[in-house]
Write a protein that binds this ligand. Structure first.
Ligand code: 9B3
Ligand code: ZN
Ligand code: ZN
Length: 385
């Protein structure tokens, strides 16, 4: 079995050449340091006081008029995110399009929170294709919901002034699910900042939560997932056992003829991934997908001097079944991607708010690059005006 991003895992799986991040409870840090020393494993303490960082990231949620950062450069509680989306839903991209932002309820979470999708649509040209972006499937990856907000805000602000986003929105609708795992996200704000899974409970175990990115029907619960409910990568009782998974899967199934591009946003480690993760086999259009993420990574490097790895999931990060991108790909969405945003482990999931704008702009550049490439390849013949 291989580790999920950034989780505490037994040391036996460490490779000699690989760096690894451990989260250690403060009261056992000396013991762990001792152990590492005795086994001649070199280590450094990256974050001596994560609680201070966590406090900093949650404190600035309120709209402090003295703060120099914008709403989009801070992290927000679930309630604030919801509220913001209600406001955004009343906005329009231009005067000719009163109904450019629509809120669609696609289901509810285990704890009965609504799952809202935002639809951006600037014209109602028939047979328009669409792009899907989901954020926040893993609760502790806070930069992910921040990106979804960033994307919506960018689209509403720069439609008709930035030529790339204009071209994209003129040619496709965008469906955005800002927080796929609202129960988990809420829990990271109130109780445990490092929570990953959803919050579903089950009579047969005391452990809470299913890893929603192991719960999709793609080689479900094979190597790289766990059938133990206490595991961080627990696959659930059966594929789509979770209401969050089911809501997304149902929505995409009923829109599969129009959705051409699928993005799922995670953190951390800076990678642009595509199927498969659930097998070492190559996807049918592997070279096409590789070309796209390579171009996106090169652009990020040129514009932001930051390195993103790219490739198929199984080859680039680890073999893992049951993920949403593989499932969407098998459904027929041939341009399917998972992005792992900043950073590479300095702060990990605790990326400081001051890094939000750069992290989001990098991801935005990658989304735009790929969307434009797909659009150029799949241009539906339009009737001349
Ligand atoms: C995992 C899977 Cl199963 C997939 N299909 N694509 C990406 C990943 C990586 C993320 C995960 O769920 O472990 C990184 Se947080
Ligand atoms: Zn993740
Ligand atoms: Zn085009």
């Amino acid at each position: 079995m291989r580790p999920p991003c950034g989780s505490l895992f037994p040391l036996i799986i460490l490779k000699k050449t690989r760096r690894f991040h451990l989260f250690v409870p403060a009261n056992s840090s000396e013991t762990v340091k001792d152990l590492l020393k005795r086994h001649a494993i070199t280590h450094e303490v990256l974050l001596a006081n994560p609680n201070e960082l966590i406090e900093m990231q949650t404190r600035n949620d309120s709209t402090d008029p003295r703060s120099s950062s914008t709403f989009y450069e801070r992290y927000h509680s679930l309630e604030d995110v919801c509220f913001k989306y209600q406001i955004l839903a009343t906005q329009r991209l231009n005067r000719d399009n009163p109904d450019t932002v629509k809120v669609i309820l696609i289901g509810s979470s285990f704890e009965k929170r609504p799952l809202y999708v935002l639809k951006l649509s600037v014209n109602n040209r028939p047979n328009k294709k669409a792009m899907w972006i989901d954020c926040g499937i893993h609760a502790r990856e806070w930069i992910s919901p921040a990106f979804c907000l960033w994307f919506v805000q960018y689209s509403l602000s720069f439609y008709q002034s930035n030529k790339d986003i204009t071209h994209i929105l003129d040619n496709m609708d965008v469906y955005i699910l800002p927080v796929l795992n609202p129960d988990g996200y809420h829990y990271t704000w109130t109780t445990n900042r490092m929570w990953r899974k959803n919050r579903s409970t089950n009579m047969s175990t005391k452990c809470v939560g299913v890893d929603l990115n192991r719960n999709f029907d793609a080689n479900w619960c094979t190597e790289g997932a766990s059938d133990h409910p206490c595991s961080e990568i627990y696959c659930g009782a059966f594929p789509e056992s979770e209401p969050e998974t089911q809501a997304v899967a149902d929505f995409l199934r009923s829109h599969k003829d129009i959705v051409q591009i699928y993005f799922s946003i995670h953190s951390y480690s800076q990678m642009l991934l595509f199927p498969y993760s659930c097998t070492l086999e190559e996807a049918e259009n592997h070279s096409e997908l590789l070309e796209m993420v390579k171009e996106a990574a090169q652009k990020i490097q040129r514009h932001y001097r930051n390195i993103y790895k790219y490739g198929s999931g199984a080859n680039t990060i680890y073999l893992a079944p049951g993920g949403s991108d593989d499932w969407a790909y098998k459904l027929g969405i041939k341009y399917s991607f998972t992005f792992e945003l900043q950073d590479r482990g300095r702060y990990g999931f605790l990326l400081p708010p001051s890094d939000i704008s750069k992290a989001c702009n990098e991801a935005l550049l990658a989304v735009k690059t790929i969307a434009l490439k797909v659009d150029a390849k799949t241009q539906a013949p339009t009737t001349p005006a």
